[in-house]
Design a protein around this ligand. Structure first.
Ligand SMILES: Cc1cc2nc3c(=O)[nH]c(=O)nc-3n(C[C@H](O)[C@H](O)[C@H](O)COP(=O)(O)OP(=O)(O)OC[C@H]3O[C@@H](n4cnc5c(N)ncnc54)[C@H](O)[C@@H]3O)c2cc1C
Length: 710
């Protein structure tokens, strides 16, 4: 496969960074009078160091890495233009060689030879590269340039050219379309590089600048802004990587993957750049700082995207018109082989149900077959009858079930409770609980939240007091999902009110409910499911039901959060299915639902599709990083932030685009999507709130970025 190894890539990036900084030391260079001559110098350097030859072995990964480095320095050196020109003229070796040698210095321009406008870096170039819809690429010798002042610094130019093109390549319409996509991907990479640098500077500033007695980074208005910028930047980089990998593999979907990265990255770059400015405030608003130059670069590159648009249309145009879904993402290792196995396994159980209710019971035959197949306990170690499956394989199963709207009863209990019992339970508990869990026959509800306790779980108040071989529990638990049908509770209680840290005084129990002193009262959620307030009144729990050490419950609770990553993959799969279902509806009457190309509805859905792909790449990155122990502090909470907000925005968009009919419930015959979008809208808030709210996730990312807690 073409492209560089990790080590080669690191070496290449460092060499580009070092060489660039010698001649273009900071972003402020963009405002210097001598910027164009320096660009010419960089061109000589690029030819000498082989950056101009990267098209020869299709090293798009290296080009994108270099584009991001250029963005960090607000430097508009046209590396993508060179790559594209060399690629298009490969059938004319003399021209391609001259491009590689830096003798022909091409810059992409749209417009006609009578006057090319908005041309980047033109005074440092020798030729304009014009891409025609009919499939021809032409190189026109530049005869004059007039810099046009404005946002871009150094300025774009109006360019006049000699009356005949020096070279013409009949590359074909497909190659021209690919060239445009490459160029757009490069613009996104450079813009995101500039924005990333601005966010980095804003985080440094937030750590050090003090206001009202504390570093400004301790204010959530500031830290959450930085987190949002960093999240968008991380997601864009991952989307670009996906596109580059697909390109290197020659996958037919690479252009769609690239347009998803561009769609997401363009907004991400502009938003992150503004966010960084808001934090830098006056300090970053004056030209002595790098930020204004990064601002100009990021926004100029984003604007330039409108100048070179793909004939195939926007992301949503392609999804609708070419009957596509979002490009598949791979989890690596043996996970994809397992996906094929799971798909085969679930084929006979596929359902026509429009969606899966959150509290849906599994189809009995399916559940029995899945248990026999070992899926319920696949996360358990082999000595406990499991398959020691990697988190990637677990995620594959979760994704496939979610996409195909199939419930697997007892899976959450086996994953969370089973693993905790294996790690922290006694041998007796393992013998007592694990066989029940392995059959999906142990139903517990989660007894964490309380009337005064949600996010701040460590401050829980439900008390358990030791009395001989038993514990006496008093207190109230809230929002216990499924408590009205459960036989057991997974209960966190305070066993040491005087512990030095609140986390140190909590103990965990897995215990039966069929004893005196427990009552439940039901609440119906906005989504229709039932959760319960549960009351513990001198409720006695045998010590043999204690999981882990006395006062050691916090460890059990936090370890179980690993499962969140696998669940996140499931959330993305639910959204992917809803997007596919929505697209199927739209295709029946595109004009009536989303209008023609360029409509506001289409723009809205393009953005949603790109955000969904962003959420999927973040979830995958957190799963990939799991084995190395990384990712939990960045990609995992970032993925949850993106997925949570997206679920709300997607559901809202779907219902609004479908109009009042979209707001009808599943019980109404003929309702669009069988009511999935209406249900999805009511359910969507849960993705933001439950399992650690998005604000709490932002706090986690803020700490990982080095921002102070207080
Ligand atoms: C559908 C559903 C099912 C649930 N099922 C269960 C269950 O089975 N068992 C169970 O124990 N619990 C369950 N919960 C409760 C869930 O775990 C809590 O809702 C969640 O932990 C948030 O707690 P809270 O609702 O009390 O909000 P709070 O913690 O009171 O937060 C209120 C607001 O303040 C913000 N906030 C709080 N602290 C901070 C901070 N430090 N920084 C910034 N912002 C902050 C939050 O983000 C939120 O916007 C369920 C909730 C829902 C919606």
């Amino acid at each position: 496969m073409p492209g560089l190894s990790d080590a080669e890539m690191r070496e290449f990036t460092e060499s580009v960074r070092g060489s660039l900084r010698r001649v273009w030391p900071t972003a402020r260079m963009a405002g210097e009078q001598g910027a164009f001559p320096v660009l010419e110098e960089i061109w000589r350097l690029a030819a000498a160091q082989g950056w101009t030859a990267l098209a020869a072995d299709r090293s798009l990964d290296a080009v994108m890495a270099a584009a991001a480095e250029l963005g960090q320095l607000a430097c508009p050196f046209p590396l993508l233009d060179i790559y594209v020109a060399a690629e298009l003229f490969k059938s004319l070796p003399a021209v391609a060689d001259a491009i590689t040698a830096g003798e022909i210095r091409p810059v992409i321009a749209s417009g006609a030879p009578s006057g090319f406008r908005f041309v980047e870096a033109a005074p440092a170039a020798t030729h304009v590269l014009a891409l025609s819809d009919t499939g021809t690429a032409r190189l026109w010798p530049i005869s004059g340039t007039t810099p046009t002042g404005g946002l871009a610094m150094p300025a774009w130019s109006d360019v006049s050219v000699a009356c005949t093109a020096v070279a013409e390549a009949d590359a074909g319409a497909e190659a021209i379309e690919e060239a445009r996509t490459l160029y757009r991907l490069g613009l996104a990479a450079r813009a995101i590089g500039a924005a990333a640098r601005a966010v980095e500077l804003s985080i440094d500033h937030a750590r050090n600048r003090v206001a009202f007695g504390k570093p400004i980074g301790a204010y959530q208005a500031v830290s959450h802004r930085a987190v949002d910028g960093a999240t968008d930047i991380t997601a864009t980089r991952l989307l670009i990587d996906e596109a580059v990998t697909a390109y290197a593999r020659g996958a037919g979907t690479w252009t769609l993957a690239a347009e998803l990265a561009v769609e997401f990255g363009a907004k991400a770059a502009a938003d992150a750049q503004f966010g960084a400015h808001h934090t830098l405030a006056a300090t970053g608003y004056f030209e002595e700082h790098d930020a204004p130059w990064l601002f100009r670069r990021a926004n100029a590159d984003v604007t330039q995207l409108g100048n070179v648009t793909p004939a195939a249309g926007s992301v949503i145009d392609r999804l609708i018109e070419e009957d596509l879904s979002l490009p598949a993402l791979e989890l690596g290792g043996d996970a994809e082989e397992f996906r094929a196995e799971v798909r085969e396994f679930i084929r006979p159980f596929r359902t026509d149900d429009p969606f899966l209710h959150l509290n849906a019971e599994a189809n009995e035959q399916f559940n029995a077959a899945a248990i026999a197949q070992g899926y319920l306990t696949m996360s358990w170690p082999a000595e406990f009858g499991g398959q020691a499956a990697s988190v990637q394989k677990q995620a594959v199963l979760t994704e496939e079930l979610a996409y195909n709207k199939l419930a697997l009863s007892g899976k959450a209990v086996a994953d969370m409770g089973g693993i905790a019992i294996i790690r922290h339970g006694t041998a007796e508990q393992q013998q007592r609980f694990l066989p029940l869990m392995a059959q999906g026959a142990l139903k517990f509800y989660l007894g964490y939240s309380e009337p005064e306790v949600g996010s701040d779980l460590a401050s829980l108040r439900t008390k358990a007091v030791r009395d001989g071989d038993e514990w006496v529990v008093n207190g109230r638990k809230m929002w216990g999902t499924g408590a009205h049908t459960a036989d057991w509770v997974w209960l966190a209680a305070r066993t040491d009110p005087d512990a030095p840290r609140p986390q140190a005084g909590i103990t965990l129990f897995l215990t039966r409910l069929n004893r005196p002193g427990w009552e439940a009262s039901q609440h119906t959620a906005l989504s229709g499911e039932v959760s319960c307030s549960t009351f513990f009144d001198d409720f006695r729990v045998p010590d043999t039901d204690r999981v882990g050490e006395v006062n050691g419950g916090w460890k059990v609770i936090t370890e179980a959060l690993t499962q969140e990553r696998v669940n996140m993959a499931g959330s993305s799969a639910v959204m992917l299915r809803q997007l596919d279902d929505l697209l199927a509806l739209v295709r029946k009457d595109a004009a009536g639902t989303v209008g023609a190309r360029g409509s506001a509805e289409r723009a809205r859905l393009s953005r949603i599709a790109a955000r969904l792909q962003a959420s999927r790449v973040l979830a995958n990155a957190s799963l990939r990083a799991y084995e190395s122990g990384a990712g939990s502090r960045l990609e995992a909470p970032m993925g949850k932030i993106v997925a949570g907000h997206l679920m709300e925005d997607f559901s809202r968009a779907a219902v609004q685009i479908l109009g009042p009919a979209g707001a009808l419930g599943e019980q109404v015959p003929g309702v669009p999507g069988g009511g999935v979008f209406e249900y999805g809208l009511r359910l969507s808030i849960m993705y933001v709130v439950a399992g650690g709210t998005v604000d709490i996730q932002r706090n986690l990312v803020a700490r990982a970025l080095g921002l102070p807690a207080r």
